[in-house]
Design a protein. Structure first.
Length: 147
């Protein structure tokens, strides 16, 4: 592990230890699926499903001979070896950590604004935006580099 990767790992570990917030559900405009009745079991739609006017999609379109395909199909994990599965699963952890960073950035921005309001004329660095930006740029570079 090179020095940059270790710095990023340490920074993310520190951010994780100090994180606040969590998953939330915010009702509002748009479709909402936060109900146990939104979807029935596969091939066994609930009565609610029919009451709101939905019908299950058939496997074939009658009279046309066309098969109905899923829009998105995941690569079956059983075809991957253990190393590959671990590498792919690590992205779930990365996504979780990145989602935790959003409220931390917002909180840091608000705290910094409050600090400068309380200390007019101050040139003190309350939160190190330069360091955060350098870590984010390094992460972007790691994700956009091609092998």
């Amino acid at each position: 592990m090179d020095k940059l990767q270790q710095m990023i790992k340490d920074a993310l570990r520190e951010m994780n230890a100090t994180s606040q917030g969590g998953a939330t559900f915010t009702p509002g405009a748009g479709e909402q699926y936060a109900t146990p009745f939104a979807f029935g079991k596969k091939n066994k739609p609930t009565k609610y499903y029919y009451k709101i006017g939905y019908k299950p999609v058939p496997d074939t379109i009658p009279g046309s001979g066309l098969e109905v395909k899923q829009l998105f199909e995941e690569q079956p994990l059983h075809e991957l070896n253990d190393f590959q599965k671990e590498r792919i699963a690590a992205f779930n952890d990365i996504e979780t950590r990145l989602n935790r960073i959003y409220p931390l950035v917002s909180n840091a921005k608000n705290e910094t604004a409050e600090y400068y309001d309380a200390n007019p004329g101050s040139y003190e660095i309350y939160k190190s935006t330069e360091m955060i930006l350098s870590y984010l740029k390094a992460i972007e570079t790691l994700l956009t580099e091609s092998k």
